[in-house]
Design a binder for this molecule. Structure first.
Ligand code: SER
Length: 567
């Protein structure tokens, strides 16, 4: 039986043979994307390149991307939904297109993985008012030998992909396009007519499972609401590793794959019961544990805000479903949170004693303040012969959701981005200054330190003397020349070794194989750096060196400001 690790390896190798470069996965929490809590698909870190920026590793990329989708959090418990999953992804950035993509993915699934052809079904875009029917994909599938009864077409709700949904839902600037999905059919599941008269790949009865999606990202939403063609035609493929494993197992339950085996076995052992008897709870626990462990590995700690809040919710949910949770994991962060939760729970129980008559608002307070799941409150009060008013509870819940949504939107829109605007600009200016100094004074110049306030940048570098007035002028001139050339700024992630071989400047010696981010400013500068940076040098205005001094032997310090153009 082929393992999930083997599937991943086969996939990467297959696309590498097709000329793709394997890129490292992005972290689960993207540093430079304040619009979203988690990386939720492989394309997310690649958006600038899908929009036309040059990717340092080329036009054909492949990777596996750990992802978290919190919208699916309440669906967990069935046989297919997960909060944390791994996405196999390949991309063409304006290079190969539909013909290569569909035949390659077909070759991978049927030849490399040897999935039976008769169990695979595909779909293509039926067209909309703005975008024509994708007859090209239909013809490609036909030429690959699929019969008509294995090819289906759907509209924007099923065969269109963008991060925000259908074309109507896409905000200005969002990219997306028609897609072509691949489904696996499980004979063991008989169609249930409550989902419709006839079964088909997008039917919800569970007979079909989507295992991969090739998106043809070629459109961008314009301000007037229409779609325009992107300068390049891209492919964005994503396939769930867990689902592909399930297909190979010929069992629709993703929790029956080797990915979850160990956890499920352990759960059976510590509860002295079976998976079948606890199916929903075991699935929730297994999924949430995997997600929590991944989050803690990405540096997230439980808290009441943002990513930390999601992690806290996941851990607490497990704790309420499993008494001896501490036997399931050795993860220190999770175990610490468990201790905290137990003490809150105790305090909460004392509060419960005081409540004479439960109502929806009180039930919500217990949930909100003490992390009491509603099921637990219902159970507590059932003993007293009282019922929780669920309508009222839900009303409170919605009110709170609305409130936290508007606070987080507020934060993303104003706070984070605007507050840092000046320092972000100066951060980019640091890279431009550094590269300019090296070009004028030679490559002996290396950064020794820097300090940024919202007013100015201070930059220390190795150089034996203070600069002459002429040299200072030249540095300033070169900086402004680059700024006025409107150079785009982009980053990509790679191992430190790859970064070194690309000639990127770096000031620390990380561990071998460590993943780093490399920022490029056009072709002028390339540095290992965590970001964030502005998108284009033309946002910087004008660079002005205001002071220089010698600090210690062999180190010169420069102070620099950014002025608005024309000042
Ligand atoms: N972006 C698409 C998805 O997330 C394909 O990678 O499904």
């Amino acid at each position: 039986m082929i393992t999930s690790n083997q599937i991943r390896e086969k996939y990467l190798n297959f696309f590498e043979k097709k000329g793709s470069v394997i890129i490292p996965p992005a972290p689960l929490v993207l540093e430079n994307d304040p619009t979203t809590l988690f990386t939720s698909s492989g394309m997310q870190p690649l958006v600038p390149y899908l929009m036309g920026e040059k990717h340092p590793m080329g036009k054909r990329l492949v990777d596996y991307q750990p992802s978290i989708r919190t919208v699916d959090i309440d669906e967990v418990g069935d046989n297919r939904h997960l909060t944390y999953f791994e996405m196999l992804g390949n991309w063409s950035l304006g290079d190969y297109f539909k013909k290569e993509q569909l035949s390659w993915i077909w070759e991978f699934l049927t030849k490399e993985l040897e999935l039976p052809k008769e169990k695979l079904y595909v779909s293509f875009f039926e067209g909309s008012l703005e975008v024509p029917e994708d007859t090209e994909s239909f013809n490609i599938w036909k030429s690959l030998g699929l019969s008509d009864d294995h090819i289906f077409s759907y509209g924007v709700d099923k065969n269109w992909w963008s991060r925000s949904g259908t074309p109507n839902q896409m905000p200005e600037g969002e990219i997306g396009g028609p897609d072509s999905e691949i489904f696996f059919e499980f004979d063991s599941i008989k169609h249930d007519k409550k989902f419709g008269e006839k079964c088909h790949p997008n039917c919800d009865c569970g007979r079909f499972l989507e295992i991969g999606n090739s998106v043809f990202i070629q459109y961008r939403k314009k301000a007037d609401g229409s779609l325009e063609e992107l300068p390049q035609k891209n492919v964005d493929f994503g396939g769930g590793l867990e689902r592909i494993s399930a297909a190979l197992n010929n069992n629709p339950d993703v929790f029956k794959t080797d990915i979850f085996n160990k956890t499920i076995n352990k759960l059976e052992e510590i509860t002295n019961s079976t998976y079948e008897k606890n199916i929903k709870n075991f699935r929730i626990i297994a999924d949430h544990l995997r997600a929590s462990e991944a989050l803690t590995k990405n540096g997230v700690v439980p808290s009441n805000k943002q990513q930390g809040y999601i992690l806290r919710r996941l851990i607490r949910k497990i704790a309420t479903k499993l008494n001896n949770f501490e036997l399931l994991t050795k993860n220190k962060v999770i175990l610490e949170e468990l201790v905290k939760f137990k003490s809150t729970l105790e305090k909460g129980l004392k509060e419960v004693e005081k409540i004479e008559k439960i109502n929806g608002k009180l039930a919500f307070d217990l949930y909100q303040t003490y992390g009491f799941p509603i099921e637990l409150t219902i159970e507590l009060f059932e003993e007293k012969g009282q019922k929780v008013d669920m309508k009222e509870f839900k009303k409170e819940f919605e009110k709170h959701k609305e409130m936290s949504r508007s606070t987080s939107v507020g934060m993303f829109k104003g706070g984070l981005a605007d507050h840092n605007e000046e320092t972000t600009k100066l951060h980019t200016a640091t890279h431009v200054l550094h590269a300019s100094l090296r070009e004028i004074l030679g490559n002996g110049v290396t950064q020794k330190g820097s300090h940024i306030t919202s007013e100015r940048l201070r930059f220390d570098f190795s150089y034996p003397e203070k600069l002459t007035d002429e040299e200072l002028e030249k540095v300033e001139e070169l900086m402004n020349k680059q700024i006025n050339s409107s150079l785009p700024i982009s980053f990509s992630e790679m191992s430190l070794n790859e970064a070194k071989s690309l000639g990127a400047l770096h000031f620390f010696d990380g561990k071998y194989g460590e993943k780093v981010k490399v920022y490029s400013i056009g072709d002028f500068s390339r540095e290992v750096c965590g970001g964030p940076h502005v998108g284009n040098t033309n946002e910087l205005g004008r660079a002005k060196i205001i002071k220089q001094e010698k600090v210690g032997s062999g180190v010169v310090r420069i102070y620099l400001k950014l002025a608005q153009n024309g000042h």
